[in-house]
Design a protein around this ligand. Structure first.
Ligand code: UD1
Ligand code: MG
Length: 469
């Protein structure tokens, strides 16, 4: 069959193992890398292969793993099959046999190997060609613990597990990655022949190689050099190392696109980050969910930015926290945010808006040029152009039962330490005196003052201490 023949792909993801060394209540495949559960990375890769289906083999922690992988929003059809007890990788794949169609190519993946690239698997599938057994392999300087690729000449003869290997076989540096592509109808025949007569008393998936050889089916190895793509996670140390390596790769990719990172070792993306030209990012910033940075955006040090679009030329000063969650946050062109600002879901800031230190904005729109520079809260507010919102002022948007809106029309000046009790509208061009608690809407152009009137007593003598007796 030619290399270019398209094959129908069904993916089997082994995810039943215990992950003892994680020492966690959370199943290993639900641990997160770059903010995404390990098994979800594998499902995303499967989706990129345009696989017809994915079968996830669950066992340990199945009650937690299954709801995640079966949740709506997967980009391919996912089903789960339980493996109880866990008698080895061959036994794991045997559980999938009843739900695997015969006409496809099966790609076997592990739920704890998150960074395999789709193009690598495409190359492996091409090697399988719909009628051969293709193994993904790699040379390791220290191959201890892995299954060795035993060849006669060039031809692959067997995979021998480390514990079963002879001293001579243990010298082999080429190891099996745990990933194979195999025609379903052949896989099923070979799985039926597995036994557990080996050092670990397990049903080894890797024994299919010797059956292929016995049946005269060619076994091909697709060897890669990139260890990250086959790295499995067994412990918190390995998880952190892979996170680090992955983030470094992402950082390099962004810099190659022209993004200027102050330090690629202090940059974390836990979601989808899109950057236009001339974006600058200082150290220790974390990007989560969907974030889009338009041309010339500058992000100061120590910012956390999630689910947000930042328009061209905006500057986010250090220590700013933005999370749009489901509603999103948008920051307008040339806006200045922070330092120490907090933008919450539904904050929609227009061009040239200024948000200063210790200002919180939630579910509010601010039109062009509006400013809230110090110690303030804007919740459920509609703020007009050029409004100046004074230090320490808040919208009292919650009456204990319901939320209400505050409307501040264009060119209003709100003094310091005001409370705007919603629902309330401050008419265009109006002024609110410092320290006012505003409970009634005001007319355009009006000065509103709502506070105790000042009195001054002239030449007042302070009380003095009585002399001691
Ligand atoms: C396996 C390969 C070995 C290869 C190595 C690469 C076999 C027999 N050996 O070894 O050749 O070099 O991977 O990492 O396949 N799992 C189940 N059910 C089970 C056992 C395992 O779902 O009963 C899952 C595990 O959760 C894991 C994956 O299968 O995701 C691999 O299992 P693991 O025990 O790590 O395989 P190794 O012994 O490392
Ligand atoms: Mg094992």
């Amino acid at each position: 069959m030619s290399m270019s023949t398209p094959h129908t792909i069904d993916v089997v993801i082994m995810a039943a193992g215990k992950g003892t060394r994680m020492k966690s209540r959370l199943p290993k495949v639900l641990q997160r890398l770059a903010g995404v559960p390990l098994v979800q990375h594998v499902l995303n890769t499967a989706a990129q292969l345009n696989a017809r289906s994915a079968v996830v083999i669950t066992g340990h922690g199945a009650d937690q793993v299954e709801p995640l992988v079966l949740a709506p929003g997967q980009l391919l059809a996912v089903q789960c099959v339980r493996q109880e007890p866990q008698l080895g990788t061959g036994h794991a794949v045997q559980q999938a046999v009843p739900v695997l169609p015969d006409d496809g190519v099966v790609v076997v993946l592990s739920g704890d190997v998150p960074l395999t690239q789709a193009d690598t698997l495409q190359a492996l599938i091409a090697q399988c060609g719909g009628n051969q057994l293709a193994l993904l392999t790699i040379d390791f300087a220290d191959p201890a613990g892995y299954g060795r690729i035993v060849r006669k000449g060039e031809a692959v003869q067997a995979i021998v597990e480390h514990k079963d290997a002879s001293d001579v076989q243990r010298q082999i540096n080429e190891v099996y990655s745990g990933i194979m592509a195999v025609p379903a109808r052949l896989l099923k025949i070979w799985l039926a022949r597995l036994d557990n007569q080996n050092a670990q008393g397990e049903y080894y998936l890797t024994d299919v190689v010797k059956f292929a050889v016995a049946d005269g089916v060619p076994v091909v190895a697709h060897k890669i050099a990139d260890a990250l793509q086959v790295a499995g996670i067994n412990s918190p140390v390995q998880l952190a190392e892979l996170e680090c390596a992955h983030q470094h790769r992402l950082a390099i990719q962004f810099m190659e696109q022209g993004v200027r990172l102050k330090d690629p070792a202090r940059f974390d993306v836990r979601g989808q980050l899109v950057c236009a030209q001339d974006v600058e990012i200082d150290v220790n910033c974390i990007f989560e969910g969907q974030v889009s940075l338009c041309e010339g955006v500058k992000i100061g040090a120590n910012c956390i930015i999630a689910n947000c679009t930042i328009a061209a030329g905006a500057v986010i000063h250090p220590f700013t926290h933005i999370d749009g969650e489901k509603l999103g946050v948008s920051v307008g062109e040339g806006a200045r945010i922070g330092p120490f600002a907090r933008l919450r879901p539904g904050a929609q800031l227009g061009a040239e808006v200024h948000i200063g230190n210790f200002v919180e904005v939630k579910n509010s729109t601010m039109a062009k040029g509006a400013k809230a520079n110090h110690l303030a809260y804007l919740g459920d507010a509609t703020v007009g152009e050029r409004v100046n919102y004074g230090a320490g002022s808040i919208t009292a948007n919650y009456d204990g039962a319901n939320k209400h809106r505050t409307v501040i029309e264009a060119d209003v000046h709100i003094g310091s330490n005001c409370v705007l009790v919603a629902p309330v509208t401050i008419g265009a061009g109006g002024t609110v005196g410092g320290g006012s608690t505003i409970t009634k809407s005001t007319e355009p152009g009006a000065l509103s003052v709502a506070r105790g009137k000042q009195i001054s007593i002239a030449n007042w003598t302070r009380p003095a201490k009585k002399p001691k007796a």
